[in-house]
Design a protein around this ligand. Structure first.
Ligand SMILES: NC(=O)c1ccc[n+]([C@@H]2O[C@H](COP(=O)([O-])OP(=O)(O)OC[C@H]3O[C@@H](n4cnc5c(N)ncnc54)[C@H](OP(=O)(O)O)[C@@H]3O)[C@@H](O)[C@H]2O)c1
Length: 298
């Protein structure tokens, strides 16, 4: 796999093939669907609950029931599909997704954009890397989107403590993170799925700067105009608190591992791949907090 394409390579006539979006209802999938349907792409939304998805997006789109764990749903999802946005739903079996990729290959899907994780290329133990390796061994043209930690985790996981206690409660020490806005990841996915020139490439998607959580709390305080503190609990205290808040044991272990990596200083790398691909800088954490401010005030 090569690294980022140049703007010249990525510009070209958009194609209007059918795109199957897995994870269509999720953090990246939702803005991706909206972006693709703003253009002239023909989009099919894959979800376990088409009725719920219809409520989310409205009528006039193509919905299909799709569950990675139920191969009987794969055929209608993949029928007449040219391109695929593929994500690994947290907690799914890697074998389900690799078998689904093989099915996509068999029925003639040409191109897959796979949502991966920053650093996956160097971590063969990661499920995302195992999926990348499998995809690279198929006949599918692949684009790997290796994203850093989404700014949206701050609203989806940490909103309650920010709203209720005016604190960001993560055990990350003074470690820095190159927060990516999931809306930028979606915009990149739309670009690579509709413009030529991105096949068999891997992109490292990060925000423009690495911030520690003291700085993040400062941004929240400025934008929301009230003091938000960074709590920095011990990992054990954090794990206990997250269990109490109802997160599953597996997810709590995953979060502790993630924040340990941040704490050790391995999560701060920034790249210019988003700017190269989109022709504009990636969104900052300040823009994210401003855009989602109402959620943090509720
Ligand atoms: N959060 C981060 O900071 C971050 C950073 C880099 C990469 N990633 C990676 O991004 C991926 C998650 O993407 P996301 O955050 O956009 O998703 P998300 O918001 O966590 O939503 C999960 C999506 O997966 C779908 N899903 C769940 N179980 C499924 C199943 N059995 N079969 C088919 N679909 C299923 C859900 O769709 P329905 O409920 O509609 O079926 C939903 O749309 C993960 O692989 C994660 O490791 C996350």
């Amino acid at each position: 796999m090569e690294r980022a394409a140049t703007g010249e390579e990525s510009s070209g006539r958009p194609t209007a093939d059918r795109v199957l979006v897995t994870g269509a209802t999720g953090t990246v999938g939702e803005p991706l669907v909206r972006k693709l349907t703003d253009g002239d792409a023909s989009v099919r939304l894959a979800t376990r609950n088409p009725d719920d998805a219809r409520e989310q997006f409205g009528e006039g789109l193509e919905y299909v029931e799709f569950d990675l764990g139920r191969p009987e749903t794969w055929g209608s999802a993949l029928a007449d599909v040219d391109r695929l946005f593929l994500l690994y739903p947290p907690g799914s079996a890697v074998s389900d997704i690799t078998e689904f990729a093989d099915a996509a290959d068999r029925v003639g899907v040409e191109h897959v954009a796979f949502l991966s994780i920053l650093g996956a290329g160097k971590l063969p133990i990661l499920p995302h890397r195992r999926i990348e390796t499998h995809l690279a061994g198929t006949d599918l043209a692949c684009t790997f989107l290796r994203a850093s930690w989404f700014a949206q985790n701050l609203s989806e996981i940490h909103r309650a403590e920010i709203v209720d206690r005016n604190e960001i409660y993560v055990p990350a020490g003074d470690g820095v993170l190159s927060f990516t806005d999931a809306r930028d990841v979606a915009a990149v996915a739309a670009t690579v799925l509709t413009d030529p020139g991105h096949r068999n490439r891997a992109y490292d998607l990060t925000g423009p700067a690495a911030l520690d959580f003291h700085e993040v709390a400062g941004v929240f305080s400025d934008v929301l105009d009230r003091p938000i503190e960074y709590a920095d609990p011990s990992r054990l205290t954090f794990a206990r608190q997250m269990y109490r808040r109802g997160f599953s044991p597996g997810f709590v272990v995953f979060m502790v591992a993630e924040y340990s990596v941040v704490r050790l200083g391995f999560s701060g790398r920034t790249t210019d791949d988003i700017e190269t691909l989109l022709g504009r800088p990636p969104r900052t954490v300040r823009e994210f907090v401003a855009d989602y401010a109402d959620e943090f005030r509720a």
